[in-house]
Design a protein around this ligand. Structure first.
Ligand SMILES: Cc1ncc(COP(=O)(O)O)c(C=O)c1O
Length: 356
C-alpha cells in the first residue's frame, strides 16, 4: 500500500493493528467460522464483545460505578436531540464555541428555554470565550474540542449544575475526571473507532427527571435497561471500536497517549510559529491538541494551492481546512504518529526553503 500520512478530520486514521484484527473478524469471528457481519447479535460471542467493549471504556476512563456506557446509532448529531429530550425540563445553558455547539443548542430550543451563556462567534470561533455557569439551569452543555476551528477546553471544569459534554473529537486523548460530568457523548469516528456508533457515558441518576413523554428509542433508559441491545446494534462499528480500545490499552491507555498527543501538537505548533509562510488561526491559549488549524501568512495567500500540491506530493492526506475556515487543518488524533506529524512539519520547512 502507498505510504501516506493521514490527517483526516473524521472518519480518520485508526490503528493499523485494530484494522487488521477487524479484517480477521470479518473473515472469521472468534473461531466460529462465521463473519462478524453475519453473526447473531444475540449470540454468546457477540454478547462477550459488547461486555468487553463496555468494560474497556470503564477501565480506560476510570468511569465511576454510578455511570453506564451506551452504544447508540445516529452519531453525535442525534445526541444533540437526545440530551435535551432526556434532561431539559425548563432551562438549559450552552457554551457556543462553534457550529457543532450551535447545532446542539438549536435542538435544545425545541424542548425548553435554551440559550448561549457566551459565544466566540465574533471571531469565527477561534477562541474559547469566558463564561459563568448559571445556577438555575437543568444542565450546562460544552463542546470540549471544536474540530473545525482547532480550539479545546483541555481541563475538566467544575460546574454547579449537571455538566454535559460533546467530546466527539477529543475523547480518549487524555484522562478525564468523569465524575465532573453528568453526561458525555461522542461520535466514535475520531479516537474511538469508525463512523456508525456514538458512545454515551451517563450518570444513571440524572435520568427520569423530565415530565415529557420520550419515544422509546430516544429514551436513554431504554438502552440502559437493555445494555445497548434494545435493537440491533451497529455490530461492525462496535467491533472496530473494541479493537481500537484494546490497542489503546495495550500502549498504556489515556495517560500514555496524552503524552504522545502533546508531543505531536508541540512539533506542529512550533513549526507553524517558526515558519514565515504560515500562521495558526486559534488563539494560543485555546489551541487544540487534536485539530491543528493554520493558514498562509498575510501576503503569502497566493502560495496556498502550491503548498497543497507540494504536501500531496509528499504523501500528506486530508490537510484541507474546513470550508468555513479555509486554509489547512491537520487532525492529529490518537492513531496519528509522531512520525506522521514530523513528516508534515518537515514538509512545511522544505516548502519554506523552496520559496526563499
Ligand atoms: C465536536 C463534534 N460534534 C458533533 C459532530 C457530529 O458528529 P456526527 O457526524 O457523528 O453526527 C462532530 C463531527 O465531526 C464533531 O466534530
Amino acid at each position: 500500500m502507498k505510504k501516506v500520512h493521514v490527517f483526516n478530520a473524521g472518519p480518520c486514521i485508526l490503528p493499523q493493528e485494530a484494522l487488521d484484527r477487524s479484517v480477521e473478524a470479518i473473515k472469521d469471528f472468534k473461531g466460529t467460522g462465521v463473519s462478524v457481519l453475519c453473526v447473531s447479535h444475540r449470540s454468546k460471542e457477540w454478547e462477550e464483545t459488547m461486555n468487553e467493549t463496555r468494560a474497556l471504556w470503564k477501565e480506560l476512563l476510570n468511569i465511576p460505578e454510578d455511570y453506564e456506557v451506551l452504544f447508540l446509532g445516529g452519531g453525535a448529531s442525534l445526541q444533540f436531540l437526545m440530551v435535551a429530550m432526556n434532561l431539559l425540563e425548563k432551562k438549559a445553558a450552552y457554551l457556543e464555541t462553534g457550529v457543532w455547539a450551535k447545532k446542539a443548542l438549536k435542538e435544545a430550543k425545541a424542548f425548553g428555554e435554551a440559550y448561549a451563556v457566551a459565544s466566540s462567534a465574533d471571531k469565527n470561533f477561534t477562541y474559547i470565550p469566558e463564561f459563568t455557569i448559571p445556577a438555575d439551569v437543568d444542565y450546562f452543555h460544552i463542546t470540549t474540542n471544536n474540530t473545525i476551528y482547532g480550539t479545546e477546553i483541555r481541563k475538566d471544569i467544575d460546574s454547579p449544575v449537571p455538566l454535559v459534554a460533546d467530546m466527539s473529537s477529543d475523547i480518549l486523548s487524555r484522562p478525564v475526571d468523569v465524575s465532573k460530568y453528568a453526561l458525555i457523548y461522542a461520535g466514535a469516528q475520531k479516537n474511538a473507532g469508525p463512523a456508525g456508533v456514538a458512545v454515551v457515558i451517563v450518570k444513571k441518576d440524572i435520568l427520569g427527571k423530565v415530565s415529557r413523554y420520550i419515544p422509546t428509542m430516544l429514551d436513554y433508559r431504554t438502552h440502559l435497561d437493555k445494555e445497548s441491545m434494545f435493537n440491533t446494534p451497529p455490530v461492525f462499528s462496535i467491533l472496530v471500536m473494541n479493537e481500537t480500545l484494546k490497542w489503546l490499552k495495550g500502549i498504556g491507555g489515556v495517560e500514555a497517549i496524552q503524552k504522545v498527543n502533546e508531543k505531536k501538537a508541540e512539533i506542529l505548533y512550533n513549526e507553524i510559529d517558526r515558519n514565515s509562510l504560515f500562521v495558526g488561526t486559534a488563539e494560543k491559549k485555546d489551541r487544540s491538541i487534536m485539530n491543528v488549524c493554520f493558514v498562509m501568512a498575510p501576503g503569502k495567500e497566493d502560495l496556498q494551492d502550491e503548498f497543497f500540491a507540494f504536501a500531496k506530493s509528499k504523501g500528506m492526506v486530508g490537510i484541507k481546512g474546513h470550508r468555513s475556515v479555509g486554509g489547512f487543518r491537520a487532525s492529529i488524533y490518537n492513531a496519528c504518529t509522531v512520525e506522521d506529524v514530523q513528516a508534515l512539519a518537515d514538509c512545511m520547512k522544505e516548502f519554506e526553503a523552496l520559496k526563499k
